[in-house]
Design a protein around this ligand. Structure first.
Ligand SMILES: CC(C)(COP(=O)(O)OP(=O)(O)OC[C@H]1O[C@@H](n2cnc3c(N)ncnc32)[C@H](O)[C@@H]1OP(=O)(O)O)[C@@H](O)C(=O)NCCC(=O)NCCS
Length: 272
């Protein structure tokens, strides 16, 4: 959406860090929570101060004892041999694999995570986990535990930040986005026992002690196509989803452990 369109659909006064913080509190965000946020900035309406103000609003709502977490993925470290959406000539594969600069938590931008996640991961003092593709950014008392070294190959599974958030009893906030962005459901997907599970080849660059290695393995194929249906049934059956407006965006707040457990149960019934 162009910024002109965002301004046009902001019918009253524009949201500010202060008004967004009040909206978040009204929705149910409380100090001390560990909160995983997935956000579309444009859905909030035209925010005074943009992404920066949204980060401040979230941090203010959580207070100093809360922990803010956002995905900081970058899909650019997969090998071109497994790229699907950005095909390049085969003759380029080798030069890309030879020359791709390794992941650097400070320098590597996020991709497809949105302006708010990118702003947050750059904030001084925010920690970022070391997975070259699926890192998360976190800030607050639980940030170190959430971003500690993780399994490189059990993507979103045990030993991943998603499993750590589960152990911590975290909450998930969808701000202007739907359950297809609800990364925690990929943890449920790993835990659920259903057949046939789809698998996919992964190949990405890791650097350890200055040595480059292209790590190749077979992983569960993340499929978010039924996450919206799952999320709707979770809300209807448990009543655990708090909904409301934050700025102009539809927002959903719910406990991560409960939706992951529900997701395991739901996938075992529906994915076959
Ligand atoms: C993909 C996604 C980020 C797109 O959302 P978006 O609102 O279009 O994009 P951003 O959040 O990056 O915000 C940038 C847009 O905000 C708008 N904008 C600019 N200034 C603004 C302001 N002050 N206030 C509000 N919006 C503003 C612009 O339209 C801008 O778009 P542009 O960069 O094309 O000009 C979002 O849909 C999403 O999926 N977010 C969650 C990602 C995630 O957590 N994924 C989990 C792994 S699957």
């Amino acid at each position: 959406m162009s910024v002109e369109d965002v301004i046009a659909r902001t019918m009253g006064l524009p949201p500010t860090a202060r008004s967004l913080c009040s909206d978040l509190r009204r929705l149910g965000v409380e100090p001390c929570m560990t909160l995983l946020v997935h956000c579309s900035l444009s859905a909030l309406g035209w925010v005074v101060g943009g992404a920066h103000a949204v980060v401040l609003a979230l941090e203010d709502a959580l207070g100093p004892d809360g922990t803010l977490v956002m995905p900081a993925h970058n899909y650019g470290f997969y090998s071109p041999r497994v790229w699907k959406n950005q095909p390049v000539p085969k003759e380029w594969f080798q030069v890309i694999e030879d020359e791709l600069p390794p992941f650097d938590p400070d320098l590597t931008p996020t991709t497809q995570m949105g302006a708010v996640a990118e702003c947050f991961r750059r904030q001084k003092g925010t920690l970022r986990s070391a997975h070259p593709i699926l890192s998360v950014a976190a800030r607050g008392p639980n940030a170190e535990a959430i971003t500690a070294p993780e399994s490189l190959t059990d993507t979103h599974g045990e030993g991943s930040p998603m499993a750590r958030l589960y152990e911590l009893g975290a909450w998930v906030l969808l701000l202007g986005v739907r359950h297809d962005r609800n990364t925690s459901l990929h943890l449920a997907e790993r835990r659920a026992k259903y057949r046939p599970k789809q698998y996919v080849k992964r190949r990405f660059l890791v650097e350890q002690d200055g040595e480059r290695e292209w790590l190749e393995y077979v992983d569960v194929h993340g499929d978010s196509s039924d996450f919206e249906k799952l999320g709707g049934e979770f809300a209807a059956e448990t009543g655990l989803v708090k909904t409301g407006k934050v700025g102009y965006a539809d927002a959903m707040l719910f406990p991560q452990r409960e939706i992951v457990d529900f997701g395991v149960f739901w996938m075992e019934r529906h994915r076959r």
